[in-house]
Design a protein around this ligand. Structure first.
Ligand code: FES
Length: 140
């Protein structure tokens, strides 16, 4: 008799064995901030040194980051980090959002493999550069 795991249980186990913490795994599997806004206030795309691509869509109102979506062609670490970064900046002012850093995202994820730390950097840089571009455009 076979004992079969569901796809998501199998994926969960694989990620856990690889060193991803439960919050990181949940962010990756749920992908709750993946997508795009047709009427985004700012869109920004960045390509990591690994070749992975992130595109961030910002909804900003009265200096507050109302919501964010990411489109990502990239690894589990990139997706988990980007999803956590959205939860960190949502409902924050632009200047508060610009202060979140890789360490903040790492804390939320609890653990990801060391080789994946640059994925957090890509998620945070994409977010910051998108917000900065929005900020610059409103100063003109
Ligand atoms: Fe490219 Fe993770 S390997 S962002």
């Amino acid at each position: 008799m076979y004992k079969e795991l569901t796809t998501s249980d199998a994926e969960r186990k694989m990620l856990s064995d690889a060193g991803y913490g439960d919050p990181a795994i949940n962010y990756y599997l749920e992908k709750k901030h993946m997508g795009c806004f047709e009427d985004a206030d700012q869109v920004f795309k960045k390509i990591g040194s690994c070749g992975d691509i992130m595109k961030v869509y910002l909804k900003v109102d009265d200096n507050i980051i109302n919501d964010v979506r990411y489109e990502i062609t990239g690894c589990a670490g990139a997706i988990a980090a980007a999803m956590a970064a959205v939860d960190l900046v949502k409902n924050k002012t632009i200047d508060q959002a610009l202060k979140i850093n890789d360490g903040d995202v790492f804390k939320v994820l609890e653990s990801i493999p060391e080789k994946k730390h640059h994925c957090i950097q890509l998620a945070v840089k994409t977010m910051h550069e998108g917000i900065q571009e929005y900020k610059n455009s409103t100063l003109m």
